[in-house]
Design a protein around this ligand. Structure first.
Ligand code: SF4
Length: 418
C-alpha cells in the first residue's frame, strides 16, 4: 500500500475525533487555475492565542486490537486497515509543511500494538520532527491510556498539546461500551500531564531556562449520546476535569451511529448535534462566566433545554433576580444577563467609572440589547416597561435563537453530518 492510500484511510478514520474540527474540501485542478484541494487529512483548529491553523489530522494506525462497541476502527469491524511507520508520518508532515499546506500535526492512533509500542511510535514521530527536521510548528498528540509514564513525560516535552480521551461520561458506560479500557487507565495519564504542566510552570516562574511542558495544555473528548448520562452528569464531570486535572478544553462529540449493537442507539439515530451545541454553550459558562454545573442544571431537570441557550434558560428560571440595574450590578451579575458577554460586561464597568450610563448610551457602547433588554433597568426604569408573561418571554427568547437550532421553527430540522 502506498503512502497516499494509507493517507486516505487514516485521514478518514481520524475524522471521528472532535478535538480538532475537520473542514477539508475537495477541489480538482482546473486548466488555467492555480492549485487544487484535497480533503485528506487537512483540518482547521484553533491555537491557544485564537489563530485558526491548518493541521494534518491523521491516525498512525486504524488497525485496533481493542473492540470498543461504538468505534469504526474496532477489531471486529471489516474496514480498510492501514498503519503508517513513524518515518512516513514525519516525512509526510514535513513535506506538507514545506508546501505550505499545513502549520502543524494532529496525531492520534488506534492501539495496533501494545499501548507502550503504539505510544512509543507516536513519540518517535514527534522526536523525528523536532530533532531530525528541526520542526518548530504545532503538534497535538493523543496519549494512549496504559502507556508508561516515561513516554507520557517525553511526549509532553515534544508536543504542544496532549490529550487523553475520556471517551464516555461514566465508568459504568466505559465498562459496557469499551470493556477493555478503564476509567483509572484514562485518568492516570491525565493526572500525570496536569501535575507535570503545573510543576514545569512553577519552575519556569523561577527560571526561564526551564523547558516548557505541553505548552498548549491538555484536552479530552467525550462522546455524547452513546450512553444514558444526563447533561448534569456530563457538565459536573467536565467541571471537575477543569479544576482537578487542569484541562484546557473538554470536547463533546455527538455520537455518530457507525455500528449496530443492542447497547447502542439505533443506527438510524441522527447525531445529537443540538445537544452537543448546548453542552458547548454550558461549558463556556463554566469556564468563562463563573457558573457552576449545578447552577445550570439540577437533579430534578438534569438535561439542557435544547430550545434556548443555557444562560437564557437559567435567567428565565431565576427571573425574580431581574431586572438588574446597569449602573449598580456587579461584574459577576452582569455576566449572568442573557445577551451580555465578557466584553460588554467589562465595557459597562469601565464606562460607569467615568459617568452613569444613560439609555441613549447603550448603542454607543455597542451593547446588543435584543435579549438583555428584558433583564436590565437603568436607574430604576425597566428597559421593557411591560415584561411579557413567562411563557411569552420564553417564546421571544427561543425566537432569538439561530433558526437552524430553534425547535420553535418547525421548518428547520437538525442538520445531519453525512
Ligand atoms: S481503542 Fe480507540 S481505536 Fe481502538 S476500538 Fe477503542 S476507540 Fe476505537
Amino acid at each position: 500500500m502506498n503512502t497516499l492510500d494509507k493517507l486516505t484511510i487514516l485521514a478518514d478514520a481520524a475524522k471521528f475525533d472532535a478535538s480538532c474540527a475537520s473542514s477539508g474540501s475537495n477541489r480538482k485542478a482546473k486548466p488555467g487555475a492555480l492549485g487544487n484541494a484535497a480533503a485528506s487529512g487537512i483540518c482547521h483548529s484553533w491555537s491557544a492565542d485564537g489563530r485558526c491553523i491548518s493541521l494534518l489530522k491523521i491516525l498512525l494506525s486504524n488497525d485496533c486490537r481493542l473492540d470498543c462497541v461504538y468505534c469504526m476502527s474496532r477489531r471486529s469491524n471489516h474496514c480498510a486497515r492501514a498503519t503508517f511507520t513513524p518515518d512516513e508520518v514525519a516525512d509526510l508532515t514535513i513535506n506538507f509543511y514545506r508546501r505550505n499546506y499545513i502549520e502543524g500535526l494532529f496525531l492520534s492512533s488506534a492501539v495496533y500494538a501494545s499501548p507502550e509500542q503504539t505510544m512509543s511510535d507516536m513519540v518517535d514521530v514527534c522526536h523525528q520532527l523536532r530533532t531530525k527536521y528541526a520542526f518548530n510548528g504545532y503538534i497535538h498528540l493523543k496519549v494512549i491510556p496504559g502507556a508508561p509514564q516515561e513516554l507520557v513525560a517525553k511526549a509532553g516535552m515534544l508536543a504542544d498539546r496532549l490529550s487523553v480521551n475520556i471517551e464516555l461520561p461514566s465508568a459504568a458506560s466505559l465498562k459496557e461500551l469499551a470493556p477493555q479500557k478503564s476509567r483509572q487507565g484514562i485518568l492516570t495519564p491525565m493526572r500525570q500531564i496536569g501535575e507535570a504542566a503545573s510543576n514545569y510552570g512553577a519552575e519556569r516562574k523561577k527560571s526561564r531556562r526551564t523547558p516548557k511542558f505541553c505548552p498548549a495544555g491538555q484536552s479530552t473528548q467525550m462522546i455524547i449520546g452513546a450512553s444514558a448520562e444526563s447533561d448534569l452528569h456530563i457538565l459536573t464531570l467536565s467541571q471537575s476535569l477543569y479544576t482537578k486535572m487542569q484541562l484546557r478544553r473538554v470536547y463533546y462529540s455527538a455520537y455518530i451511529a457507525v455500528n449496530s449493537a443492542p447497547n447502542l442507539p439505533m443506527p438510524s439515530t441522527a447525531p445529537p448535534l443540538v445537544r452537543e451545541h448546548r453542552l458547548y454553550q454550558a461549558d463556556w459558562l463554566i469556564r468563562f462566566y463563573q457558573f457552576q454545573a449545578e447552577e445550570i442544571l439540577q437533579a430534578t431537570a438534569p438535561n439542557l433545554d435544547e430550545r434556548l441557550d443555557p444562560k437564557a434558560a437559567w435567567a428565565l428560571r431565576h427571573f425574580d433576580l431581574f431586572p438588574l440595574d446597569i449602573n449598580r450590578a456587579s461584574y459577576e451579575e452582569l455576566l449572568r444577563v442573557p445577551g451580555l458577554g465578557l466584553t460588554s460586561a467589562r465595557r459597562i464597568i469601565a464606562t460607569r467609572r467615568v459617568a452613569a450610563i444613560r439609555e441613549e448610551d447603550l448603542k454607543k457602547l455597542g451593547l446588543v440589547m435584543k435579549r438583555a433588554r428584558y433583564f436590565l433597568s437603568i436607574n430604576g426604569k425597566k428597559l421593557v416597561a411591560a415584561i411579557p408573561s413567562h411563557q411569552d418571554l420564553l417564546t421571544a427568547m427561543c425566537r432569538l435563537e439561530k433558526p437552524a437550532i430553534s425547535h420553535l421553527s418547525p421548518q428547520y430540522r437538525q442538520l445531519r453530518l453525512f
